[in-house]
Design a protein around this ligand. Structure first.
Ligand code: NDP
Length: 295
């Protein structure tokens, strides 16, 4: 296969909402796109748009030098690619796994890939399906840099920003779990806030514009406090934990007065109280990172 063919063909395994978005972006970019999904029928719209619908994962991976895998987790990815015929067909080709999972799964997949002569790059998608193919998409990768550079022209078809985080294969997944930690605890906080607001007669629609305001406070805090967290010095000048814990206690109180589970806020409040108990009441809230994981 010539280099230009290498850069004009791609296979996508997994056609859930994200896999379909990825395959759609490859098609829009004019790449010869071969697709396969465990449950048949999910390729219909893509095939109508010009994709090749493969009958089996082994024929799908044989069609391109590059295979992008995007399924629910690594158990599912393994169930597809770690089977004799598929593994054999992948020999000498590249897998970019955009499936989300924990770093150790990426590491064990890299070992498996090396044992079978398969080139392997791990990746993570940090934005929703609607961003794929647009400037708003964000992709993270880790693994051999040369491999990343070689396949970047095809991956660019997915739009947005692509960042190679280093050669250590688990790094993209490690960023992914840390970033999803922010997302899901924030979503749990939002769900809890909506429940408390409803108990006070405030609709989600009424709260939303002000919730957006809270959202915009966070990005500068993430940036400003990064150095404090990395250095282990936590200035609580603007908002010491003693003050923060007082407002957390109000939230716990009103929640439980309405019969609403305050577990999400109690977890945060408990960590803050432990920091105060250890004599760090004058520090900022992120001092709790030292309780969660002492350096
Ligand atoms: P899902 O996470 O629900 O994954 C669905 C896909 O996984 C389908 O192709 C499904 O096949 C396949 N699958 C599940 N179990 C198995 C199995 N045992 N064997 C083979 N295939 C299996 O939906 P998404 O497509 O949205 O997500 C794919 C990945 O992308 C996930 O890791 C997700 O975390 C990540 N992601 C998704 C985002 C989103 O907005 N959707 C955003 C960022 C990342 P079948 O149709 O046969 O069930």
């Amino acid at each position: 296969m010539t280099s230009s063919t290498e850069q004009s063909a791609v296979t996508v395994l997994g056609l859930g909402p994200m896999g379909r978005a990825l395959a759609g972006a490859f098609l829009d970019a004019g790449l010869r796109t071969t697709v396969w999904n465990r449950t048949p029928g999910k390729d219909r719209e893509l095939v109508e748009r010009g994709a090749v619908g493969a009958r089996s994962p082994e024929t799908a991976v044989a069609a391109s030098r590059l295979t992008v895998v995007c399924v629910v987790n690594y158990d599912a990815a393994d169930a597809i690619v770690r089977r004799g015929a598929v593994t054999d067909a992948l020999k000498g080709r590249t897998v970019v796994n955009l499936t989300a999972d924990v770093p150790d799964r990426a590491r064990s997949t890299a070992t498996w890939a090396a044992e079978h002569g398969i080139e392997y790059l791990d990746g993570a998608i940090m934005t929703p399906t609607t961003t794929i193919g647009t400037p708003a998409a964000t992709f993270l990768y880790s693994g051999p840099e040369e491999l990343y550079r070689r396949h970047r022209p095809v991956l660019d078809a997915l739009g947005g920003t692509h960042t190679h985080l280093g050669e250590e294969i688990g790094r993209a997944a490690a960023y992914d779990v840390a970033l999803l930690d922010i997302f899901w605890t924030a979503m749990a906080g939002y769900a809890h806030a909506l429940a408390v607001a409803r108990a006070e007669g405030i609709t989600a629609r009424e709260l939303a514009p002000f919730a957006r305001g809270i959202g915009t406070i966070l990005p500068p805090i993430f940036e400003q406090e990064a150095e404090e967290v990395d250095s282990g010095r936590f200035s609580g000048e603007g908002n010491p934990i003693t003050s923060a814990v007082s407002s957390m206690a109000h939230i716990v109180h009103i929640s439980e007065a309405h019969g609403i589970d305050a577990g999400v806020m109690r977890a945060a409040e408990g960590l803050a109280r432990r920091a105060i108990g250890r004599g760090h009441g004058a520090d900022g809230f992120l001092r709790i990172t030292e309780i969660l994981n002492p350096r």
